[in-house]
Write a protein that binds this ligand. Structure first.
Ligand code: PGA
Length: 247
């Protein structure tokens, strides 16, 4: 089984999402893979309503780490739980780069999500410049070590990780299977080492221009546990092809 999770970002209207969930429900019903969708906050009540009694896991793309207070424009874990939210994307490179989220903030969010029984999808990844300067492993290690600060060993399997090279996101230029595999193996080994573990069922997804054309090649690699999918998750007809991936 693979994990296929859509990240809708700031796309689709309520009207479009209603049709989307209706169609996706039918697809997910027969899917043997895990199907998830992360929507903008405002559509969480809709996801809650429409995904009930379906095989679709749903969530959002960010949250704040404080319980409550004077944080204009932010949304807390408790608010998400009011709508039975399950997944929350954390540390996405768009949040880090466009909204100045630091490693420290990402760490607080991961801890808060776990405390509240939400499943964080922790994103890490290097920029093109960092890759060219052979800094990839260093960057990944720093992001992982910092994000997991204070996270208990037993919580590692209550979260998903996503390797998302910044240069592959929304560019149409996905990483090769080899590059993604290498980074994902490094991520898994880094986490195991950090906790003094030899083996654990860690789930590490690949994200970055994954689509119907390259999904078979990339996901056929056993080390890659699934995908976090942006653009190609916006239309059920395309997302369906990823969801139906078979080894
Ligand atoms: P993309 O986005 O599939 O559109 O490249 C992936 C992501 O940002 O999670």
């Amino acid at each position: 089984m693979k994990y296929l999770i859509g990240n809708h970002k700031m796309n689709l209207s309520e009207k479009e999402l209603k049709v989307y969930f209706k169609d996706l429900k039918k697809v997910a019903k027969n899917a043997s893979n895990y199907v998830g969708v992360c929507v903008p906050f405002v559509y969480l009540p809709l996801a809650n309503k429409m995904c009930k009694c379906s095989k679709i896991h749903y969530g959002v793309q960010n949250m704040h780490y404080e319980k409550q207070g004077a944080f204009t424009g932010e949304v807390s874990a408790n608010m998400l739980k009011d709508y039975n939210c399950e997944l929350v994307v954390l540390g996405h490179s768009e949040r880090r780069n466009l909204f100045f989220e630091t490693d420290e903030m990402v760490n607080k969010k991961v801890l808060c999500a776990l405390e509240n029984g939400l499943t964080p999808i922790l994103c890490v990844g290097e920029t093109l410049e960092q890759r060219e300067q052979k800094q990839t492993n260093k960057v990944l290690k720093k992001q992982i070590v910092s994000a997991l600060n204070g996270v208990k060993k037993e919580d590692l399997t209550k979260m998903f990780f996503a390797y998302e090279p910044v240069w592959a996101i929304g560019t149409g230029k996905s990483a090769t299977c080899e590059i993604a595999k290498k980074a994902i193996v490094f991520i898994k080994q880094t986490i195991l080492k950090l906790y003094g573990l030899t083996d654990e069922n860690l789930v590490v997804l690949y994200g970055g221009s994954l689509n119907a054309k390259n999904v078979n090649e990339i996901l056929s690699e056993p080390e890659i546990d699934g995908g976090l999918i942006g653009g190609a998750s916006l239309k059920v007809q395309e997302f369906e092809k990823l969801i139906n991936f078979k080894n």
